[in-house]
Ligand binder design. Structure first.
Ligand code: AMP
Ligand code: MG
Length: 314
């Protein structure tokens, strides 16, 4: 049976979602980055259901979503740098990995038994309302089958997982469109684990130059698996023209069958990226060619997702 879709700005829908989550249910919630598949972070049965629904490899730890700093401090150690970053960028597309408190209401399955937890306060009114109503942390990986293209609308969620969850909250199209930037604040160092919706330069203005995690640390970062975010079609990057059997995803002056941003605006391109990949993939091409995207600002996150979408698949 396909899950009901309710408007995310309805207080009744939020109350029903919170009640379902308390019973161990799975609820798709809009965030500013992508739609998340939410479950009670403290409930191992619910989290096991979540992994099963996504078909996600179990060694991947999940992000615990919080209403704000106060809730975060119940979960993790909170150094001065975390406070500074959270005050600057929360609610928003920044995830902080911090040492987990022993008493944190987060089951081992949710953070893959690590000593650390990734936390973030999402910047979407409906996600905030749901977290307030629920009153505790919600784990919420992207609401799509593992390895596929992330959902940026409620319809994307319904198409991919509609029969494997309990409720979908429709909060419109995601405004940022790519996942959060993930920073580890461990052992006194700030390390970039995944580029994302908050530009690295804005974080470095506070932290100074970030260390960059090598791919060898991948077990802690599913977003770092080589193949991820992949459409059914093959992908070819840095293309300026379509070859036979290809469709072209344009950017700026490279027009293409669809254009991520004719004016070359990287924020617009990030917001459109996943929906555009889905739309081109739906026409069943052999391959999706993608125009070059400048590797600066949000282009870093866009290129990261494109490279993983184009990576060899198992
Ligand atoms: P997703 O929810 O699919 O967008 O992915 C969550 C991101 O946060 C991935 O890149 C995870 O590997 C990363 N992450 C979550 N928990 C941890 C942790 N304890 N240590 C390091 N990275 C983490
Ligand atoms: Mg994902």
């Amino acid at each position: 049976m396909t899950a009901p879709v309710l408007p995310a700005d309805s207080p009744d829908a939020i109350a029903r979602a919170a009640a379902l989550l308390r019973e161990g249910g799975l609820v798709a919630m809009p965030t500013e980055t992508v739609y998340g598949l939410a479950a009670d972070a403290s409930n191992a049965v619910a989290v096991a259901r979540l992994y099963a629904a996504k078909g996600r490899p179990r060694f991947n730890p999940l992000i615990a979503h919080v209403a704000g700093i106060e809730m975060a401090k119940r979960l993790v150690e909170w150094p001065a740098l975390a406070d500074e970053l959270a005050r600057a960028f929360w609610p928003g597309p920044l995830t902080l990995v911090l040492p987990k408190l022993k008493a944190a209401p987060i089951c081992d399955l949710a953070n893959a038994g690590l000593d650390s937890v990734a936390i973030r306060a999402p910047g979407h009114a409906a996600a905030q309302a749901l977290l307030e109503a629920f009153g505790g942390p919600l784990v919420a990986p992207s609401a799509n089958p593992s390895g596929g293209v992330s959902p940026t609308t409620a319809s994307h969620v319904r198409e991919g997982l509609g029969d494997r969850l309990d409720l979908i909250l429709d909060g419109g199209a995601c405004t940022v469109g790519v996942e959060s930037t993930v920073i580890a604040l461990l052992d006194g160092r700030a390390t970039l684990l995944r580029p994302g919706g908050l530009e690295r330069s804005r974080i470095e203005a506070i932290t100074g130059p970030l260390a960059i995690a090598g791919h060898s640390e991948a077990p802690t970062s599913p977003g770092m698996l080589a193949s991820h975010y992949a459409p059914a079609a093959a992908m070819r990057l840095n293309a300026t023209q379509a070859r036979e059997g290809e469709v072209l995803l344009g950017f700026g002056a490279v027009q293409g069958d669809l254009n991520l941003s004719a004016s070359g605006d990287l924020a617009e391109a990030a917001a459109k990226l996943f929906a555009a990949l889905r739309q081109l993939d739906a026409s069943g091409p052999k391959s999706i060619a993608v125009a070059p995207i400048p590797d600066e600002g949000l282009g870093e996150a866009i290129n990261d997702r494109l490279q993983r979408a184009a990576a060899p698949r198992d």
